[in-house]
Design a protein around this ligand. Structure first.
Ligand SMILES: [Zn+2]
Length: 252
C-alpha cells in the first residue's frame, strides 16, 4: 500500500551498503520505521530530504516490517539550527524525545504541527529555553499525561498556599494529600504559572513570557523528572546539554 505524508527524520542509521534505516515522525501515521534505499550513493534523489534538520514530503510503500521511501521532496531546511551547536543539540534532543516516546503508527497531528512550529522558531531566532519546555509539556499532554494544575489531583479540593506536585499522581495536591517522598516536588508560584502556560498557552505567546532564572530552572527540573517518570526513559542528549552548561559552553 502506498501512502504519502509530511515528515521529520528522528533517527537515521546505516543499513546495508548504501541504504539508511530511518525513524520518521510523519504527520499522517505518527512514528514509522522506513528504509531509504541507495540514499548513500552521491546521485540519490532522496539524499536531501531524509537528513536531520529537514521537513520533507515523503512517498512511502507500506512493508510488512518496515516501510520503504520511494520518493521525497524537501519542504524546509533548518540550516541555522544545524550550524549552531547549542540550537543543534536542542533540536536533536527533541528528536530523541520523540523517537523514544512515540508508539509506531499512532497519528498525533497536533503534536506534529507543534514540532514544526518549534523547529521553525528555533531556526529563525535565538534559542529560547521556553520553546523546549513548551514542547516537552505538549508532548506529555498529547501522550495523555496532562498535569492537573487547577485543583488537588487526589481529592479535588482547592489548593493551599504551599504548592506540592505529585509526579506519580500527575498533578498538584493539597496539603492534606501531600506526602513527603521522592515523587513530590514543591513548586514556587512562578513555576506553577509557567507550567500552566506551557500546558494551556500557545507558542506565539511564549516569546513574551518573562521568567526568572530560578523559575526556568525549576520548570526544567520538573519536566525532566516528569518525563523520566512517565516515559521511563533517560535522554542522552539532555545530559550532553547539561554538561555543556556546567562547563559554560552554553549560557545557563
Ligand atoms: Zn487533596
Amino acid at each position: 500500500m502506498y501512502y504519502q505524508s509530511r515528515g521529520v527524520i528522528l533517527k537515521s542509521r546505516d543499513f546495508k551498503d548504501s541504504d539508511k534505516l530511518l525513524s520518521i515522525f510523519t504527520e499522517k501515521d505518527g512514528k514509522v520505521k522506513a528504509i531509504a534505499k541507495g540514499v548513500k550513493k552521491p546521485k540519490s534523489s532522496l539524499r536531501s530530504c531524509v537528513q536531520p534538520f529537514c521537513h520533507s514530503f515523503l512517498y512511502l510503500n507500506r512493508g510488512r516490517e518496515m516501510d520503504l521511501i520511494t520518493q521525497g521532496r524537501l519542504l524546509d531546511f533548518y540550516g541555522n539550527s544545524r550550524q549552531d551547536l547549542e540550537r543543534a543539540l536542542h533540536c536533536l534532543y527533541l528528536m530523541e524525545l520523540l523517537d523514544k516516546s512515540l508508539l509506531e503508527h499512532v497519528p498525533l497531528p497536533g503534536l506534529y504541527h507543534t514540532l514544526i512550529n518549534v523547529l521553525k522558531a528555533i531556526n529563525e531566532q535565538e534559542l529560547n529555553p521556553l520553546y523546549i519546555r513548551y514542547f516537552e509539556t505538549q508532548l506529555l499532554v498529547h501522550l495523555g499525561y496532562q498535569p492537573v494544575l487547577r485543583h488537588c489531583v487526589k481529592c479535588g479540593q482547592q489548593l493551599d498556599k504551599k504548592i506540592f506536585f505529585d509526579l506519580a499522581e500527575g498533578g498538584l495536591t493539597c496539603l492534606s494529600c501531600s506526602r513527603e517522598n521522592e515523587y513530590q516536588m514543591v513548586f514556587s508560584g512562578e513555576t506553577l504559572g509557567l507550567l500552566r502556560f506551557m500546558t494551556e498557552g500557545n507558542l506565539q505567546a511564549v516569546n513574551r513570557i518573562k521568567a526568572s532564572p530560578a523559575g526556568l530552572k525549576q520548570l526544567e527540573l520538573f519536566l525532566e523528572k516528569y518525563l523520566e517518570y512517565h516515559l521511563d526513559r533517560r535522554f542522552k542528549t539532555k545530559n550532553t546539554i547539561s554538561l555543556m552548561k556546567k562547563n559554560m559552553v552554553f549560557p545557563n
